[in-house]
Ligand binder design. Structure first.
Ligand code: AQP
Length: 349
């Protein structure tokens, strides 16, 4: 297994890759489970963050909405604090190595590995037609990650299984063709890794359900909407405000988890903050308050950024060039290992 040496310099140079789909309006789960952590970590490592539009089309998308949302996600990530001077931020379809790499990895990935993926089972359940792309989603994700020799992949817990599959694919390729890829590790935040729907704390907050009233807090929701969403949040008939693994207390646990990640306080401190709370109503309004203040500057920066389309497109073009500089040579190495005739050989050179 190929790993990087753990010298001090190597620790600094650790590579990080993560992605986000422009498949709907971004929500608090995306922010707390992924984006907030990306922003905090961007100073420490070499980071690649990708807007994975090719993943989004594994389920039907309206072309105009997809284009608009892809730009909107770019603006949102910048508004949340990603700094293009400290990370490489780009759009997946702008770098052809991802789709090409996916094909090459498809050819070493047993189909059974894909059929047992939970997300595939969930997203294909009850559908009359399911695209081959949906089944191959994790192979594309593996290509995204391993073409950059990423050591770490920060994701919410829902994506852990896919990162584990990327590890299996990288290791299998290395076994078949010799050491080529770094085998990546998933990095899951301790809290915030699975923000649950406010209307149903048994279901993860998701873009797919964000049309359902009271399910998600959108990153662009205004303070009044955020307050309303939290007021409606499902809790239980008790009154104890404490972290708990009891499924019956999942609503309160979810609210406390959100408060914890936003404020950066420990579990004990969070519970102490609510010692004198006047019931769940108080809990809900204080959680709403910290979320409103957390998202306010993001929303304001977003409004400014989304107005300058030319600047956004230029930033994404620079990101794609930098991504290509890393993934392009890796893809050529992979083709060489497999035995594909490289272009320089075509002319007899
Ligand atoms: N509810 C969540 N709690 C914590 N983290 C979450 N993530 C998503 N939902 C939650 C994390 O956000 C990152 C980007 O997710 P994605 O765009 O790749 O898609 P997803 O995981 O499939 O998330 P969605 O929002 O539920 O989208 P749809 O409905 O389109 O499938 C990932 O790191 C993910 O873990």
């Amino acid at each position: 297994m190929q790993t990087r040496e753990m010298s001090a310099a190597a620790v600094e140079e650790k590579r990080v890759f993560s992605g986000i789909q422009p498949s709907g309006e971004l929500h608090l789960g995306n922010y707390l489970g992924a984006i907030k952590g990306w922003v905090e970590r961007q100073r420490e490592k070499v980071n690649f963050f990708c807007i994975v539009d090719l993943h989004a089309i594994t389920v039907p998308q309206d072309p105009e909405s997809l284009r608009r949302r892809t730009r909107s996600v770019a603006a949102m990530l910048l508004a949340a604090g990603l700094d293009p001077d400290r990370c490489t931020l780009f759009i997946q379809s702008h770098v052809s190595a991802h789709a090409e790499g996916c094909w090459l990895l498809n050819c070493v990935t047993p189909i059974g590995w894909l059929e047992r993926m939970t997300q595939f089972k969930d997203k294909s359940a009850g559908q009359e037609r399911v695209s081959t792309g949906l089944l191959g989603y994790p192979v594309l994700m593996a290509a995204d990650i391993i073409l950059y020799d990423a050591d770490e992949v920060p994701v919410g817990v829902d994506q852990k299984q896919h990162v584990e599959l990327a590890r299996d694919i990288a290791a299998r390729f290395n076994r078949l063709y010799g050491e080529t890829f770094v085998v990546p590790e998933p990095v899951i935040p301790e809290v915030g890794a699975r923000v649950m729907g406010l209307n149903d704390p048994a279901v993860k907050m998701s873009k797919t359900h964000s049309d359902v009233r009271g399910h998600a807090v959108g990153m662009l929701d205004d303070p009044k909407e955020i307050e309303r969403s939290f007021k409606r949040a499902v809790t239980d008939s008790g009154n104890e405000i404490a972290f708990s693994n009891d499924p019956g207390k999942a609503g309160v646990n979810n609210l406390l988890g959100i408060y914890k990640v936003v404020t950066g306080r420990s579990k004990d401190e969070v519970e102490r903050d609510f010692e004198n709370a006047r019931g769940y109503g108080d809990l809900k309004s204080r959680v709403a308050e910290v979320v409103i203040e957390e998202l306010r500057p993001v929303r304001e920066r977003y409004r400014r950024l989304i107005g300058d389309v030319a600047e956004l497109d230029a930033l994404m073009a620079v990101g794609a060039e930098r991504a290509e500089d890393v993934s392009g040579p890796k893809l050529r190495e992979v083709k060489d290992r497999i035995g594909l005739a490289l272009p320089r050989m075509a002319g007899g050179g």
